[in-house]
Design a protein around this ligand. Sequence first.
Ligand SMILES: C[S@@+](CC[C@H](N)C(=O)[O-])C[C@H]1O[C@@H](n2cnc3c(N)ncnc32)[C@H](O)[C@@H]1O
Length: 200
Amino acid sequence: MMLPPNGHRAHGFSSAFFLNSDEIIRELKLKGDETFMDAGCGDGHNVIKLLEDYDHRGTVYAVDVYDASIEDMEAYKKDNNVENLINIEADITKGIPGVDDESVDVVLMVNVFHGFKASRTMDEAIDELARIIKADGKIAIMDYKAWEVPKGPPTAFRSSPSELEEVFAVHNLKMTYLNEEIGEDIPQGKSHYFIVFQKE
Ligand SMILES: C[S@@+](CC[C@H](N)C(=O)[O-])C[C@H]1O[C@@H](n2cnc3c(N)ncnc32)[C@H](O)[C@@H]1O
């Protein structure tokens, strides 16, 4: 296990090493009072950035299936007295306890969604995300382009934006935003895309 720069434990490779949190947060166009969730938060660096540098006032959920990530986020909450941070250890595909139906404005998943393709649990994940977002809520996914390049997950686990559009359409969610020029500079271009889905 590699410790991310903030010293928190992460199950999987923290994007703190190669993606720019400010670039990601700017894509979300937040006002500051939204109920926000980082689903598959890992070391929580995007949540910490949002709380510390953007003074986010709305409720912020940090969710991960890895117990050590949530333990570290609980220590961070305590040490820094962050009242609007709620940390939840949960498997997104099995349900996120304590989060009401239609209560979240924005869910972010950075380098998480391809894992659902790998475990063939995309439909279960989307059902749960659709349950928790408000009628005008957003599901924002930043993930690796479906290219055969050495860095990142195996090509078979990657999805193109149009493949995701098809899968989300089955759950009555439509694409409302797409940026394909984001992430790390690699020889083939920008490494990632950022896509947003909302209820029809
Ligand atoms: C590659 S890491 C990315 C972490 C973080 N989003 C980042 O950008 O650094 C993927 C994270 O998703 C979490 N994860 C994977 N499957 C999950 C699931 N079904 N439910 C909740 N978290 C999950 C992993 O534990 C890990 O922390």
